[in-house]
Design a protein around this ligand. Sequence first.
Ligand code: UD1
Ligand code: M6R
Length: 365
Amino acid sequence: KKGSYDHFMQKEIHEQPHSLTTTMRGRLKDSGVLLGGLKEYLKTIRRSRRVVFIGCGTSYNAALAARPFVEELTGIPVAMEVASDLLDRQGPIYREDTAVFVSQSGETADTLFALDYALENGALCVGITNTVGSTLSRRTHCGVHINAGCEIGVASTKAYTSQIVAMAMLALAVGSDQISTQARRQVIISGLSSLPSKASEVLKLDAEMKELASSLIDSESLLVFGRGYNYATALEGALKVKEVALMHSEGMLAGEMKHGPLALVDENLPIIVIATRDACFSKQQSVIQQLLSRKGRLIVMCSEGDASAVCPSGSCRVIKVPEVADCLQPVINIIPLQLLAYHLTVLRGFDVDQPRNLAKSVTTQ
Ligand code: UD1
Ligand code: M6R
């Protein structure tokens, strides 16, 4: 079933042009989106006082990537909750909330207990899942199946990108009654339809990422700095590296750099900085300058044509990715980091599809 691939994770990374296509099939039109599962609930969602995203691990990160465009297109404040933390705190959930549960498997215990809790508190509960017939799909009031196809590798890859796309369609559908964001919605719709071909393009970085992995194989740690739309990319890239390559890695908000992490910087610690084009670009340029002035060992991810803009001295390693509508850039930017984590794992000699101590679906608390 792995076909010409050595591992499921590798197959699933390379499948993304196709899985993104199936996520959008029959749902994305030039004029807008049609999500059969949400149609009857759009009015209720629009009236809610808050959207609360709830998930664990990669699914939480996908929701974090979606947060900025959900806020932008719907105007509804978005709160983020790691499922276990919501339960630990017994945090407030209200009848006026729309609670959106994100889970590839639809069977994660923490997420399902949080769902019971939100149902008890009277919130509208929406599921975003890859598994038709899962507990999450059955117990939520409504939702969206991401239709990414079965994911076997313990490290979630294609489900992550499809979850973000499903939530982009959700944001477009909920915000579709707003005149003021119509032009922006059109940009995002055409951005969505270009994603499969951009994903094919970025997958051509495979050999380059293998080479980069071989230069990092003996590192003890890897930091990933992102902000804005790509804060989630930093968290998710680091999660992939620690989970499969068994290397310490942390994703960090670049805006927090001076509040602690900067002390770690020296000429040995590899640091990936995500600096693709968006409203935060100039802030990331200055982060890079500050890291370079402390002799940081930098790997910068930037848009094509921006190598000298992000690193005029030429002293950084640069990963050039194709540009897409800014809020969808996380879908493209995570792919080289998935490839990097994959190659690091193989080169370090670890089990790719079944990492030490982990299970695909965490069905106990
Ligand atoms: C549905 C069909 C799809 C068909 C399409 C044609 C299913 C599973 N899907 O897709 O095969 O091609 O119509 O119009 O039969 N739901 C939840 N919670 C979740 C996820 C989904 O309650 O976490 C509910 C939805 O609200 C909806 C149903 O499950 O009632 C199916 O969802 P989805 O597959 O996303 O709907 P369509 O895209 O319309
Ligand atoms: O099935 P779910 O999306 O609910 O799973 C949540 C996490 O357990 C999962 O994403 C985990 O973090 C992955 N192994 C990450 O690759």
